[in-house]
Design a binder for this molecule. Structure first.
Ligand code: ATP
Length: 235
């Protein structure tokens, strides 16, 4: 049984059907990438898994239990943590306060995890009292990931972690995602940067206008002519 099973879900914004009956799964310990052009439905899919949106049809199961329709703030208690598009750090709070917010499901933040986040991201420790809104884009991404880790995720949902970041920082972020995964966290990754995402992911799914049009191992998709032409800018 997969950790996450998405079974034929449809998601609407009013009359607009953004997701048209997609199915996919993520096994415990995997990194799975959702790829696709702007507007394909990647963010909508991820928001539906994390409970921010509710599917109009279909089922989502986590660890064998139905979770569609359960709101995000409750899913966090199951260990489903979402790092949204655009990071969404709390700009007027300090780095430490942002990290503590990530642990809101516990009575108090776990000091060991906090220490681990600071080991992963030494920049955050150096700036612990600084307001999050004054950080660079890369630092805010690190903070958003660190905040999610404070919630002890079993499944980490990452929406476009590389967006708007310099190549060097993107590499650092991808290294960290790998490290987090090796430490036992399952990852569902939405990315525009298809080559990097597929190099990292065990498997991937390609979305086009709300439907899955291709799926396979990261390696196979990276070698697929259709993926290369559409998402890697190759003829
Ligand atoms: P992007 O990389 O641009 O975020 P995406 O693949 O994540 O793209 P979604 O943001 O999930 O795509 O959007 C899927 C479809 O749903 C698009 O046609 C989009 O216009 C539409 N959509 C997204 N959010 C809303 C909304 N709040 N109201 C109405 N339509 C929406």
């Amino acid at each position: 049984m997969a950790l996450l099973e998405v079974d034929n879900i449809e998601v609407r914004y009013g009359a607009i059907k953004a997701i048209k009956g997609i199915s996919f799964d993520v096994a415990e310990g995997e990194i799975v990438a959702l790829l696709g052009a702007n507007g394909a439905g990647k963010t909508t899919t991820q928001k539906t898994v994390s409970g921010m949106l509710r599917p109009s049809l279909g089922e989502i199961r986590f660890d064998g239990k139905r979770i569609d329709g359960i709101p995000a703030h409750e899913l966090i208690h199951l260990g489903i943590c979402h790092v949204p598009e655009g990071r969404r750090v709390f700009p007027r709070m300090s780095i430490l306060e942002n990290l503590e917010m990530g642990a809101f499901r516990f009575k108090k933040p776990d000091e060991q995890i906090l220490e681990h986040v600071f080991e992963m991201f030494p920049r955050l420790r150096e700036r612990i009292k600084q307001q999050a809104g004054t950080l660079s884009g890369g630092e805010q991404q690190m903070l958003a990931i660190g905040r999610a880790l404070m919630g002890k995720p079993r499944l980490l949902l990452l929406d476009e972690p590389s967006m708007g970041l310099a190549p060097l920082i993107v590499n650092q972020i991808f290294d960290i995602i790998k490290e987090i995964n090796v430490e036992g966290v399952t990852v569902l990754l939405v990315e525009q940067n298809a080559s990097k995402a597929l190099a990292l992911a065990n498997r991937g799914y390609v979305l086009e206008t709300g439907e899955i049009v291709l799926s396979g191992t990261g390696k196979d998709l990276l070698a697929d002519d259709r993926v290369r032409a559409a998402y890697l800018g190759e003829e």
